[in-house]
Design a protein around this ligand. Structure first.
Ligand SMILES: Nc1ncnc2c1ncn2[C@@H]1O[C@H](COP(=O)(O)OP(=O)(O)O)[C@@H](O)[C@H]1O
Ligand SMILES: [Mg+2]
Length: 243
């Protein structure tokens, strides 16, 4: 079953066609990679899927429900979490305070469950431990390395217990040790049933992690397939070399 489907999505910014009839399906339980040259529309597609941009044409469905033009909070409420290409955390707040804000973003569910309950804090601590930054719980977020900030953002998403996670360049600028740790964590979460759609330039990261890879070029889907198929496809290399 396809958990997430986009069909014929177009989005222009002035004269720039960021997305041009883009269609893509993400199978339930998969780790799907989304690659393509810079400017091919990957981040814009994430923004359209998650309600941050309105498409000019096309549809987005989650489990068959049309969510085109739904707000980010509606999409979030349907169990879809995302990270941003440029991390969005509060630098002056501590790591734990950032986790607290992530809980508040869940809205009514979190209010009912009260952050002050010790188990909420314990859960946040568990997630920080899971991503490998529990030793930084009380540090101001601005003191974290770039890679650690990305891990914090990842933990902030996980607190909402999403069913689908969209990651925009999670390994970009992250040192190999943290990247390997991230790979491991994504695999563990996937085994627990979480579906992933991952934009990433680090080919080793993508090829070792994903069971399917979709390639974008100039705002639409160029090809998709297993990592080996995509790697061996001359059209993919041409797309990268041509841009
Ligand atoms: N808010 C925006 N305003 C104007 N142009 C944009 C905006 N967002 C993206 N673009 C343009 O759309 C194209 C696709 O960008 P993007 O989706 O960020 O590509 P990718 O993530 O694949 O690198 C690029 O040409 C980019 O400059
Ligand atoms: Mg991008």
């Amino acid at each position: 079953m396809n958990l997430l489907e986009v069909h014929g999505i177009s989005k222009a910014f002035g004269g720039i066609r960021a997305l041009d009839g883009c269609s893509l399906a993400v199978e339930q339980g998969s780790i799907t990679g989304l690659i393509g040259p810079n400017g091919s529309g990957k981040t814009t597609l994430f923004n359209v899927i998650t309600g941050y941009e309105r498409p000019d044409a096309g549809t987005v469905t989650i489990r068959g429900t049309d969510v085109t033009n739904a707000s980010p909070s509606t999409i979030f409420g349907l169990g879809l979490g995302r990270t941003f290409q440029l991390v969005r955390i509060f630098p002056r707040l501590t790591v734990m305070e950032n986790m607290h804000i992530a809980v508040q973003r869940q809205g009514i569910r979190a209010l009912l469950r009260r952050w002050t309950a010790p188990h909420e804090r314990a859960h946040a601590q568990e997630l920080l431990d899971f991503v490998g930054i529990s030793h930084l719980t009380d540090a101001p977020a601005e003191n974290l390395s770039y890679g650690q900030k990305k891990l914090l953002e990842f933990a902030m998403i996980l607190i909402a217990e999403p069913q689908v996670v969209l990651l925009d360049e999670p390994a970009g600028g992250v040192n190999p040790t943290l990247a390997a740790q991230l790979t491991d964590r994504i695999k563990m979460l996937n085994q627990r049933g979480i579906t992933f759609l991952i934009v990433e330039h680090n080919m080793q990261f993508v090829m070792s992690l994903c069971d399917k890879i979709a390639v974008m070029h100039r705002g639409s889907l160029l090809t998709e397939g297993a990592p080996d198929q995509v790697r061996g496809n001359p059209a993919v290399l041409d797309a990268y070399l041509g841009d």
